[in-house]
Ligand binder design. Structure first.
Ligand code: ADP
Length: 668
């Protein structure tokens, strides 16, 4: 720097020579913006100064640890390590004093007169690019010490370094381009102990920052957890220990719950929490809570992210974007990383490699924690799933990076329970409490791993069926083929499940396959049940299918098959991309074009052993008119069960005709 010291004689407080120096050109640039800024949240200057004070105290602590005599000979060395904030309401001043390392003359020039630190440098870089809204940049960067000139007419720093024989100095500036350093005389120096006291003479319109309540508010918001005692007009403010920095073993469950309610402004009890510390690859202390109720589910709109980001106990952002993936927005808590710069830009936060790394580490830990929870406490996990399962499904659909890791967390109901034909060992994750649930809330406790562990040796796919509830699926025509073969089927009750299956596609290299898909190779047909009757002869079958065709306009192909046991016919979906659920969804979102023509790809499979099929075959010779009625009804029933019958009105009229004919026959 080419700044030359400019010695002047005007000096009142000190004995030495007052030295006036211009600020470095870059500093003048920052000051110019800061002084003329209309930035609304000027209060952040308090955060910046308290953080500097806290850093200075931390540095001193380190020195003392390394060398007991360090910082031991200067005046005021016995002073307790603390930050004292004092309001001068009448005079319109605010003083922030610490007993930290203090500054020598050279340090005042080097550290406060020039810009070397990353935060302010980044600010300048952004300024060059941005040009326009400087006010915003101040909020994003904080701009360290210089932010004080948003509110100050003049600033005085009284300081004495921790070094032995360090002189007491007075630094003053009005932020307009130069500063003056004056050594204090013996009398004045006596009142200056080790550390730095920054006195702000507030601009007339910024006098609010000389008010105790106003300052208290700001301190509690940003600096409640600084690691040294923080006193405002003698009152200690940071009485609440930063729980997240404590060792897990030192914190009781009640303390966690209290913290959750107060710090996270929660109304419910936490269902569970995850408290961990890591050193590599990043220094992280995190305390994350899983709430017990999902307000989104109750219809309160989208939940806002609720995990705040701190850097060494100082709040950086209440809800930084990008700290966690969207689907984890239900989490509450605190993340603290010493590796973050305090004045990280809020706007660039999301793109910051550090925040992305944090996101990656945190997400992995949360998924692992949930997986462990499901083993350790299946009941708690069941509650979690009931409330927040949706978010996990959202993660599967929207977050390709974590999709695979999330799959083991999924839970569904399945045909396995109560299905005596599947001889599987009792699931170890099943709890007695969970199985006593009411029938209205199905027990969605089957994981994909459970399913895979029960798969038949030659079974290749994981099967699922979509339906509104257990009863409907169990009484529908699709399950019987699987039941007869002892194959487990997962029950999907929510539209989201279909999307989940479509995005996940497979688990442990086993494909997720809809059980109503045509052309499934289900392996050997089961031995026909006793009394199931003989199948229609091959030739009759073929001609019956031909004859049925005109009655089944909404069906693409008709064939006899081996999957059915109790039903005469079933409509199968061979359109791999548009399941009936998807079709309904497309209709709901107005994409009727895609949902049109339900017949596309529908295959009707008839059961050659079923008595009704036998009778239909006879009737088409003896009473063709009535046979046609029956045939049309069999087809519609199959489509109805498949969710593919769009217009059931014709069906009602037909049923009356059939009833009439049946009544006639009985009456004869
Ligand atoms: P930053 O904190 O980002 O480095 P600042 O402008 O806030 O930027 O501060 C510049 C430097 O001035 C600090 O790095 C520190 O060396 C010094 N400093 C500021 N406040 C104090 C203080 N209270 N005690 C000792 N040194 C301080």
């Amino acid at each position: 720097m080419s700044d030359t010291p400019n010695f002047t004689s005007e000096n009142s407080a000190g004995t030495g020579t007052a030295e006036t120096r211009p600020f470095q050109a870059e500093v003048r640039q920052v000051l110019d913006i800061v002084v003329h800024s209309l930035y609304k949240d000027r209060e952040i200057f308090i955060r910046e100064l308290v953080s500097n004070a806290s850093d200075a105290l931390e540095k001193l602590r380190h020195l003392q640890l390394a060398d007991k005599d360090a910082a031991g000979t200067a005046a005021g060395d016995a002073a307790p390590l603390e930050i004292r904030v004092t309001t001068g309401e009448k005079a319109g001043t605010l003083t922030i004093a610490d007993t930290g390392v203090g500054l020598t003359r050279a340090e005042l020039v080097e550290n406060i007169g020039t810009i070397a630190h990353s935060g302010t440098k980044a600010f300048l870089a952004a300024l060059r690019e941005n040009g326009g809204s400087n006010d915003n940049l101040i909020g994003q960067f904080g701009v360290g010490f210089f932010s004080v000139f948003m509110v100050a007419e003049r600033v005085e720093i009284r300081t004495r370094s921790w070094r032995p024989d360090a002189e007491a100095l007075l630094w003053t500036s009005d932020g307009s381009g130069a500063y003056t350093i004056t050594p204090l005389d013996a009398a004045a120096a006596g009142s200056v102990g080790r550390g730095a006291a920054i006195t702000i003479f507030l601009k007339p319109e910024q006098k609010e920052f000389a008010g105790k309540e106003r300052v208290k508010n700001v301190l509690l918001r940003y600096s409640k957890y600084v690691p040294v005692p923080l006193l405002l007009d003698g009152e200690k403010l940071n009485t609440v220990a930063p729980l997240w920095l404590k060792n897990k073993s030192e914190v009781t469950a009640d303390e966690y719950k209290e913290f959750y309610k107060f710090q996270c402004h929660a109304w419910d009890e936490p269902l569970d929490w995850l408290h961990f510390a890591a050193d590599a690859p990043l220094a992280i202390n995190a305390l994350l809570f899983f709430p017990s109720s999902n307000f989104e589910k109750l219809g309160f709109g989208r939940t806002e992210a609720g995990v705040s980001l701190h850097c060494r106990k100082v709040l950086i952002d209440d809800a930084p974007r990008g700290l966690l993936p969207e689907w984890l927005r239900f989490l509450r808590g605190v993340v603290d990383s010493a590796d973050l710069p305090l004045n990280i830009s809020r706007e660039t936060m999301q793109d910051s490699a550090l925040v992305q790394k944090l996101n990656h580490i945190l997400t992995k830990r949360v998924i692992k924690h949930l997986d462990e929870l499901s083993r350790r406490s299946p009941e708690t996990y069941a509650k979690f799933w009931q409330e927040f399962g949706h978010f996990i499904k959202e993660g599967i659909v929207t977050d390709a990076t974590n999709r695979e890791a999330l799959a083991p967390l999924l839970r569904w109901d399945s045909s396995w329970k109560g299905d005596t034909k599947t001889e599987s060992p009792a699931s170890s994750s099943e709890s007695p409490a969970a199985s006593a649930e009411s029938p209205e809330s199905p027990k969605q406790t089957v994981s994909l791993s459970d399913y895979v562990s029960r798969m038949k040796p030659d079974q290749k796919d994981i099967y699922y069926l979509v339906g509104p509830d257990r009863d409907t699926i169990e009484h529908g025509p699709y399950l019987e083929a699987f039941r007869a073969r002892g194959l487990e089927v997962l029950f999907f009750y929510e539209a989201a499940d279909d999307f989940v299956a479509n995005h996940l596609r497979e688990f442990n290299e086993k494909k997720l396959t809809a059980a109503d898909t045509a052309d499934l190779d289900l392996g050997d047909a089961p031995a026909p049940a006793a009394g199931a009757g003989e199948p229609l002869p091959e030739k009759r079958l073929r001609s019956l299918c031909e004859w049925l065709k005109p009655e089944a306009k909404n069906v693409e192909t008709i064939a006899a098959g081996t999957r059915l046991v109790d039903s005469p016919a079933v409509a199968l979906n061979s359109d791999k991309y548009l399941s009936p659920t998807m079709r309904r969804y497309m209709q709901a979102i107005g994409r009727a074009d895609a949902a049109d023509a339900p017949a596309a790809g529908v295959k009707l499979e008839i059961n050659p052993r079923h008595p009704l099929i036998h009778k239909l075959d006879t009737l088409r010779d003896t009473d063709p008119a009535f046979a046609k009625l029956l045939a049309a009804q069999v087809v519609d029933n199959a489509l109805l069960a498949a969710g593919l019958l769009d217009n059931p009105r014709q069906m009602t009229a037909r049923i009356y005709e059939i009833l009439e004919a049946a009544a006639d026959r009985k009456a004869q």
